[in-house]
Write a protein that binds this ligand. Structure first.
Ligand code: AMP
Ligand code: MN
Ligand code: MN
Ligand code: MN
Length: 284
């Protein structure tokens, strides 16, 4: 196998909260020079076969992917899975349980937003949903921008959809150990997604990395769309300290919303084990 030079192992399609289909993403990845790709929809593998088929048609190497929502220390953490069997029954069941409750949560978000003078947000968000099993805060954010309540999705999250704000409804997601087992038991590698985004104290971050590793997690995203250059170096150090492999993924959602396009990422810092070197047998 030739070693991939431009892997992008994190992005979202209309199967979760992205605006492009798996086929459109595959074409964009190819056009942007990606040479190893994974589609990682939130809590859902319904787009995997389409992504894999589209990649094959383009001669683009592919790893299966998913981004699982986890509750750790009363906060939400995301765990990316790569290279697992996307038809594995335990994975499918675990993801179905994790998605469960998104519907009622969205109805409650709509009710809370109505109380602060924004009526019809649930119905409005539904218009942006590509997969009825997966309504997310992103769909609300798109509606609030379109209806002129906020300028952009970042403002929506800041004012309405994050902890302590009027449209935020807390939710209990999968347990860390369960998410890691679903991935590793089906042949994949578990990756801590965008670690700089969690606002954990040093102690809690240490606990997350230690527990993740004890459960069998093997990698961390070092280069990702929303990491600064300093954060890349910081998580490169933590990867070495915890003996974790390193991943690279844009977290691309939409041409209109994402700062970083597919395949337009900095390289991994030197001296790290690339996560794809653990997955050579799992590449399609
Ligand atoms: P949910 O799984 O419904 O809680 O929605 C989480 C999604 O919201 C994430 O995957 C991001 O796509 C999006 N998101 C979270 N925080 C922000 C933010 N500050 N700005 C823009 N999008 C965000
Ligand atoms: Mn998202
Ligand atoms: Mn995420
Ligand atoms: Mn993501």
């Amino acid at each position: 196998m030739t070693f991939p030079l431009n892997p992008d192992l994190h992005c979202h399609s209309t199967t979760s909260d992205g605006t492009l289909t798996p086929e459109e993403l595959a074409a964009r990845a190819k056009a942007n020079g990606v040479d190893l790709w994974a589609l990682t929809d939130h809590d859902e593998v319904g787009g995997q076969q389409r992504a894999m088929d589209a990649a094959r048609g383009l001669g683009l190497r592919y790893l299966t992917g998913v981004e699982i929502s986890v509750t750790f220390a009363d906060s939400t953490v995301h765990v990316v899975g790569l290279g697992f069997d996307h038809t594995d029954p335990r994975m499918m069941e675990g993801l179905a349980d994790t998605r469960d409750g998104r519907g009622p949560r969205a109805v409650e978000m709509g009710a809370q937003l109505a109380k602060v003078g924004i009526p019809g947000a649930y119905e409005g968000a539904l218009k942006y949903v590509g997969n009825p099993r997966l309504i997310s805060r992103t769909h609300f954010a798109r509606f609030l921008v379109e209806s002129g309540v906020c300028r952009d999705t970042a403002e929506v999250f800041r004012k309405y959809l994050t902890e302590g704000k009027p449209g935020f409804v807390p939710h209990r997601w999968a347990r860390l150990g369960d998410a890691v087992s679903w991935i590793t038991d089906s042949g994949g590698v578990a990756v801590i997604a965008h670690p700089a985004r969690y606002n954990f104290s040093a102690t809690l971050e240490y606990a997350l990395f230690s527990e993740f590793r004890q459960h069998g997690g093997q990698a961390v995203e070092v280069v990702t769309g929303n990491h600064s250059a300093a954060e890349v170096l910081r998580y490169a150090d933590l990867a070495r300290e915890f003996d974790l492999a390193a991943s690279r993924g844009s977290d691309f959602h939409s041409p209109d919303e994402s700062h970083i396009d597919l395949g337009k990422l900095a390289p991994l810092p030197a001296g790290l084990t690339p996560v794809w070197s653990l997955l050579t047998e799992r590449i399609h």
